[in-house]
Design a binder for this molecule. Structure first.
Ligand SMILES: [Fe+2]
Ligand SMILES: [Fe+2]
Length: 137
């Protein structure tokens, strides 16, 4: 996935966050591709995973705050979509720490999450940004 694969929204701050999110996703995939049995490579992957998880949580939290502040009508639905994505991400990361299954982790970061993200941004973030941009000035 490339940052340009995501549909643009009307909020530049949101677009920036989405670009960062895709960059962090790509960093995880690169670290996974480079993974061998060495400690530095394993550490590089752990750091990339941590950066991705922290950024993703923070981004969803910011969107939730914005929707709450501007009384976005579909707030509950959108917030629920974030919560489910975080729960799934936490499950995948917890499993990875237990079983170290590279294929399962790779499938999540190469296929599952990018597909979810493209759909989420296209169906929810675009509408949310449109609403917030209309209210914010
Ligand atoms: Fe978003
Ligand atoms: Fe969102």
């Amino acid at each position: 996935m490339q940052p340009t694969d995501l549909p643009p929204t009307e909020l530049e701050s949101m677009n920036r966050d989405h670009r960062d999110q895709v960059e962090m996703l790509r960093a995880v995939v690169d670290a996974l591709d480079a993974l061998d049995d060495s400690e530095p490579r394993r550490r590089a992957l752990d750091e990339a995973l941590e950066d991705f998880a922290v950024h993703t949580r923070e981004h969803f939290r910011q969107e939730d705050d914005q929707m709450r502040r501007y009384h976005f009508p579909a707030f509950d639905l959108h917030r629920e979509s974030h919560a489910m994505a975080i729960a799934r991400m936490d499950t995948v990361l917890a499993r990875w720490r237990v079983d170290g299954d590279r294929d399962a982790l790779g499938s999540y970061f190469r296929t599952e999450f990018p597909a979810w993200l493209a759909h989420h941004v296209g169906s929810m973030d675009v509408i949310c940004a449109q609403f917030v941009a209309g209210r914010a000035h």
